[in-house]
Design a protein around this ligand. Structure first.
Ligand code: ADP
Ligand code: MG
Length: 455
């Protein structure tokens, strides 16, 4: 139904997104209803539905409008027939290369290629290949706004969040997008550490060109700003660089693993500068977002993997997109090597191996002991009825670990910590899960402690 219209729309969309995005999110869609009130687009699964809703809805709307159909509303419906895993042979190496951002018109390509090389940007990091979820939608929207109008609204743009959650990807995507649209703009990507070592060389060896390098750009992107902590001279230098650029309405983009207020020994005036543009966080991705990321990455490799495998991986790896990518790549490599499909059995086998490199017999008692020791409490205190905060939080963390590492039932968890009521255990586990989402410190503590459980 409506095949002609949809083909035309898809044809246009294909021109404005990467091949990988197109084949992952658009290829298997159909337009099944269309009038002035409503367009219904059928999609193969929930992940596609989400991506089209959050990321491509505007594009689809505009393109549909252009084609003459102007539905007031678009909805996305999941197709009834379940999709079988298919190895998608249609994607070629050329697709992959161009998906990485190197296919441009010849003229433009030269200028922007030069600018790219000087910019320090990796062309792999684009908006197109970034999957937006509710954990990152604000950061993504702000980044897009900066890319569209550098130096105006969010200046500086300050993005913070845990390791492997896409900060570098997103801030580089801004730079790549700006160069794509304005090849003449000077964009510089650096890390706070590279900035510092450049600065120190400049002082020690009187190297030339330091100020020009950082102050003559239109867009300065500094990654991992937290490392500037405690480096007073570098902070002063960066403060002046910042002011110079900001006064000239140049765009400044910063990432950090935590918000400015949590970077100790950041001078007050630099902290207040960083907070001018409203710091925005990227949180842990939820299950749907993790699933969408897996699908998209598989799509980049030209492979479609079955929904149950996607769900399995998304459930197994929760806190770091880089690790999620790693597990997927391992699965795909293994499947290819053996000439089999990347199915659930294979995925389970592989992740099992990963798990088995850890000691198999972690006991509940060990979890309680090690948690107590980690927080410098005695086991008796940890399991006592005391309600002091410095005991309550470790107790909740112990319950969380009993759940996440040993999959104990709630009554058993309560029992291990000297509690009669299993609802206490439920609340504790939920509370820690929630605060891990919001609080970097909590994430660090728990992952640190988890390492020690197995260490
Ligand atoms: P961070 O800088 O926050 O530590 P990175 O930006 O280096 O994290 O991301 C780690 C890896 O995960 C990169 O390969 C990146 O492309 C990928 N990644 C992270 N978040 C996303 C996302 N939302 N969509 C697609 N890829 C992502
Ligand atoms: Mg990074």
């Amino acid at each position: 139904m409506y095949k002609g219209v949809w083909q035309q729309v898809l044809g246009e969309i294909e021109l404005s997104v990467s091949h990988a995005s197109f084949s992952t999110w658009f290829k298997q869609t159909e337009l099944t209803e269309l009038d002035e009130n409503l367009a219904v687009i059928e999609v193969p699964n929930i992940f596609t539905k989400r991506q089209l809703e959050v990321k491509f809805n505007d594009l689809i709307k505009q393109t549909l409008d252009k084609s003459g159909a102007q539905p007031a509303k678009i909805t996305y419906a999941i197709k009834k027939t379940s999709s079988r895993p298919v190895i998608n042979r249609e994607v070629t190496a050329d697709d992959l290369i161009s998906a990485r951002g190197s296919s441009k018109g010849p003229e433009k390509a030269n200028v922007s290629q030069d600018n790219r090389n000087e910019s320090g940007l990796n062309p792999r990091y684009t908006f197109d290949s970034f999957i937006v979820g509710s954990n990152s939608d604000l950061a993504y929207a702000a980044s897009q706004s900066v890319a569209a109008n550098p130096g105006s609204k969010y200046n500086p743009l300050f993005i913070y969040g845990g390791v492997g959650l896409g900060k570098t990807h997103l801030i580089q995507a801004i730079g790549n997008e700006i160069i794509k649209n304005n090849p003449a703009m000077k964009v510089l990507y650096t890390t706070s550490e590279a900035f510092m070592s450049d600065f120190l060389n400049h002082i020690r060896y009187k190297t030339k060109g330091f100020a020009t390098k950082y102050r003559s750009v239109d867009v300065l992107i500094v990654d991992d700003m937290q490392f500037i902590e405690g480096k007073e001279k570098t902070q002063i230098e960066f403060f002046h660089t910042f002011n110079d650029l900001h006064q000239a309405n140049k765009q400044i983009i910063i990432s950090s693993d935590r918000p400015p207020k949590d970077i100790p020994t950041l001078t007050e005036r630099l902290r207040s500068r960083f907070e001018w543009g409203m710091p925005i966080d990227i949180q842990l991705p939820d299950f749907e977002t993790r699933s969408a990321i897996i699908q998209a990455k598989a799509g980049l490799s030209g492979v479609t993997i079955a929904d149950d495998v996607v769900a399995y991986l998304a459930e197994a790896i929760k806190t770091n997109v880089r690790e999620l990518e790693g597990a997927l790549n391992q699965l795909l490599a293994y499947a290819e090597m053996r000439g089999v499909e990347p199915d659930l059995t294979l995925a389970e086998g592989l992740l099992q191996n990963v798990r088995h490199t850890r000691p198999r017999h972690l006991t509940a008692k060990q979890v309680v002991d090690k948690t107590a020791r980690y927080f410098q409490l005695s086991v008796t205190e940890l399991c006592s009825p005391k309600r002091d905060k410095h005991i309550v939080v470790p107790r909740q963390i112990a319950m969380y670990l009993l759940r996440s590492e040993l999959h104990l039932s709630f009554p058993l968890i309560a029992g291990e910590l000297g509690r009669k009521d299993h609802t206490t255990a439920i609340h504790s586990v939920e509370k820690i899960e929630r605060s891990m989402k919001l609080d970097q410190e909590m994430r660090n503590q728990v992952s640190d402690l988890r390492e020690r459980l197995y260490g």
